[in-house]
Design a protein around this ligand. Sequence first.
Ligand SMILES: [Zn+2]
Length: 368
Amino acid sequence: MGFTRRKLLIGGGGALALGAGAAVLLRGFDDQPERDIPAHVPPELRNAALDVHVHALGTGTGGSGCWMHESFRSSIQVRAGLWCYRLRLSQPDLDQAYIEYLRTRMKRAGFLKQAVLLAMDYSHTAAGQRSAAHTPFFTPNDYVARLARDYAEFLFGASIHPYRPDALDELDRVAAMGAVLVKWIPNVQAIDLRDSRCRAFYGKLAVHKIALLSHAGDEQATFVAGQEYGDPRRLVAPLEEGVTVIAAHAASLGQRDGKSNLQWLTEMISRWPNLYVDTSALTLVTRGRTLRPIIEDSALRARLIHGSDFPLPPAATMYFGSMPLSAWWDSWKRENPLMRDFLLKQALGMPADAYTRGYKVLAPRIRQ
Ligand SMILES: [Zn+2]
């Protein structure tokens, strides 16, 4: 009995240790300040790049004003995500620790100069009423504007639901606070880009020269109001009004009317000189296979803008065999998600100008 028990204990302890080891492997075990930057970051990209797609989120600690829906908060993606970044939902300084994690990894990654930090407005009903029940998380404009004021490495990405009765006033307000773009996730926030209220919003975006960064294609990450909202063809509405549009994730998920959303978007590129495509989330397990074709498409290639979609975790594992083993291992072992994303994109041939194009596109709003 005692022997069996001891065996069980030893076996259990061994399994636990193995589990802990595997867990560390999952997170990436190499999180040193990147001493090897010269080998990985070409000189022209050192501290030079702009990441246009980085989420600020939290639970409201430290007066941030952030909010998370209960079912989003308890989801495996949030729990696992926070664990990956050594954070806990229960910690009293979670929102501040999240920003600190991001700032240290940006610095250590060696290629980034700045990131556009994104606010996230509530989902709204067709009548323009705020709907917290359909919102996975809310990040206030004021919080992100403050972070952009306090930290030189952040630019202010605002979020305003265009159905809000005060949408146009809020747009003037964020413009005065230095917003460089407005972020929408139409599939989650329930925004029909062709709605007449959006037209007025586009007019004002064009006047302020503020770009629209809009999720394009299907959405799998959070609460979905309808995938049709992500139809890239709907981006024609803001493009027609002269707005600079960045289609997030290159519309790389889903299809409509017999073509992939990516195909629809690719066909629009030659017609719209004010249309750009961000590379965010393209190293996620759900989208990873589309990264190489996107990089190799000559039309898209000239409009790519670097984005990471932090805190979503890039997945190196699936690229095994599709790049030299040393490059694969080098990205796989990293904890720093920004660095892992960069190394994968580099190995797949991301053109260098994608990393700095964000500065050119957002130039009308960036005070140098
Ligand atoms: Zn995103």
